[in-house]
Ligand binder design. Structure first.
Ligand SMILES: Nc1nc2c(ncn2[C@@H]2O[C@H](COP(=O)(O)OP(=O)(O)OP(=O)(O)O)[C@@H](O)[C@H]2O)c(=O)[nH]1
Ligand SMILES: [Mg+2]
Length: 377
C-alpha cells in the first residue's frame, strides 16, 4: 500500500531536520509498503521549507508542499490530503506533528491496524496505556479532557476517547476520497473534529491505539487561544445540522403521513379496493411526495439535482421505502384484522403503527444510503 505521512509545519526547522530521518528509519523496515513523507509548510520564515528541500535531495520519498502563507492547521492538512490523493495515489494518509510529540516508533502500529481492517486509527492519549507528558500545562490538559467529554456526549460518539489528537491514520479508498474536503468547518485546529465526525458517520471502522504525548522538542507552540472556542462551535454546529435534518425529515414524514392516511381512506371508502391494495397504493404515492420534499428540503445540503443521479438512486430508494409499506400492508394490517375482526378503525390503527415504524427505518436508511453525502450532484 502507498502510505503518505502528512506533516504540517510552521517554524519547525530543527524539528523537521531531526524527525524525518527517524521516520525514514522506522518505515524502511516495513518492506511490504511504500512510504512517503509530505511536509506542508506554511511558508515558515525560519527556513523550514529550505530544510525540507535539502532532506528531499537526500531522501527521494520526502516531499515539500509549500503554502503561500500560514493559513491554519486545518487548511494545511486539507491541502496535504488532496495532494496525497491526487498526486501521490495514497491508500493510507497519516497525520502527524513535526515536533516529536508523536513517536515515529508508533507508525508501524497505525499501519498494521489499517491492514487488520480498521479504516480510521486514532492515537489516543486517554485510553489505557496512553498518556500526556506531565510537563504539559495543567490548563491545557484540563481543556483537552473537558473538550473530549463534551464532544463525546454532544456528538453521541461513545467509542472515541480522544477527539483532538493529532496522530491518526485514515483509509483513503471509500472514506477520505468520499469526504467533501472543500467544506470542512474549520481552517484551524477544529478541522479534526469535523473530519472525525464525517468518518464516523460514513461508517468507518474506528480503532484507538494508546500513544504517549510528549512535550515538543524545540521551537514554539502554534496553539492558538481561539482553538477551544472554535472546537466548541464546530461540535455544536455539527450536532445542530443533524438535528435540523432530522426535524425537517419529521415534518416531511408528517406531510407524507397525512397524504398516506387521506389516500388510504379515500380508497377504503370510495372504491372497492382491499385494505392491502389501498395501503400499497397510498404508500407508493406518499413515498414519491416525500422523496421530492426530502431531496429539496430535509437533506438539502446533500441533495441530488441531476436526473442521472436520481435515476441511479431510485431503485434503492423504492426498495428501502417499500419495506415498511410491505410490512404494514401484508403483515400488520391483515394480522390486526384477523385478530380483531374487520373494522376500518383497526385497519387505520395498524396502518398508523406501520407508518411510525417506517419513519425510523426510513430515516436510518435514507441518511446512510440515499442522501449519504456521496451523491456528487
Ligand atoms: N502549515 C501549517 N502548519 C501548522 C500551522 N499551525 C501549526 N502547524 C504545525 O502543526 C503541528 C502542530 O502544531 P503545534 O503548535 O505543535 O500544536 P500542539 O501540538 O497542539 O501544541 P504544543 O503542545 O504546544 O506543541 C506542528 O508541526 C506545527 O508546526 C499552520 O497554520 N500551518
Ligand atoms: Mg505540538
Amino acid at each position: 500500500m502507498k502510505i503518505v505521512i502528512v506533516i504540517p509545519t510552521y517554524n519547525e526547522r530543527e524539528n523537521i531536520k531531526n524527525i524525518v530521518p527517524e521516520i525514514i528509519k522506522v518505515t524502511e523496515e516495513d518492506l511490504s509498503n511504500d512510504y512517503a513523507v509530505l511536509v506542508v509548510d506554511g511558508n515558515s520564515p525560519d527556513g523550514t521549507g529550505a530544510a525540507v528541500e535539502e532532506l528531499s535531495s537526500e531522501y527521494p520519498n520526502v516531499h515539500l508542499l509549500l503554502e503561500p502563507e500560514k493559513r491554519g492547521l486545518g487548511a494545511a492538512y486539507i491541502y496535504g490530503f488532496k495532494h496525497a490523493m491526487e498526486e501521490m495515489d495514497a491508500d493510507i494518509i497519516i497525520e502527524m506533528d513535526a515536533d516529536f510529540q508523536h513517536d515515529p516508533g508508533d507508525l508501524p502500529l497505525f499501519v498494521q491496524e489499517i491492514e487488520n481492517g480498521a479504516d480510521y486509527v486514532i492515537g489516543s492519549r486517554f485510553i489505557k496505556g496512553g498518556s500526556i507528558s506531565s510537563e504539559w500545562p495543567l490548563t491545557r490538559k484540563a481543556l483537552s479532557v473537558g473538550g473530549n467529554i463534551f464532544s463525546k456526549f454532544v456528538l453521541g460518539i461513545f467509542d472515541v476517547s480522544d477527539f483532538t489528537t493529532g496522530f491518526k491514520a485514515s483509509r483513503v479508498k471509500g472514506f477520505v476520497d468520499k469526504i467533501d474536503l472543500d467544506n470542512i468547518l474549520s481552517a484551524g485546529f477544529a478541522y479534526k473534529i469535523d473530519l472525525l465526525h464525517k468518518m464516523h458517520r460514513s461508517g468507518a471502522i474506528f480503532k484507538e491505539v494508546p500513544i504517549t504525548f510528549r512535550i515538543r522538542d524545540s521551537g514554539e507552540s502554534k496553539m492558538e487561544k481561539s482553538n477551544a472556542l472554535d472546537s466548541l462551535k464546530v461540535v455544536v454546529l455539527l450536532r445542530f445540522r443533524e438535528l435540523k435534518t432530522f426535524l425537517r425529515f419529521a415534518v416531511v414524514g408528517f406531510i407524507g403521513f397525512l397524504s398516506d392516511v387521506t389516500i388510504f381512506n379515500f380508497f377504503l371508502w370510495q372504491t372497492n379496493l382491499s385494505e392491502n391494495r389501498a395501503s400499497n397504493l397510498s404508500g407508493f404515492i406518499a413515498i414519491n411526495v416525500t422523496f421530492i420534499l426530502n431531496n429539496f428540503w430535509s437533506f438539502d445540503s446533500r441533495k441530488m439535482t441531476q436526473l442521472k443521479t436520481i435515476f441511479k438512486k431510485a431503485p434503492l430508494y423504492y426498495l428501502i421505502s417499500y419495506v415498511p409499506i410491505f410490512f404494514r400492508s401484508v403483515i400488520l394490517i391483515p394480522f390486526a384484522l384477523d385478530l380483531v375482526r374487520d373494522t376500518v378503525l383497526v385497519a387505520n390503527m395498524a396502518f398508523i403503527l406501520g407508518i411510525g415504524l417506517g419513519l425510523v427505518w426510513n430515516f436510518v436508511f435514507y441518511s446512510k444510503i440515499i442522501w449519504n453525502g456521496n451523491n456528487h450532484g
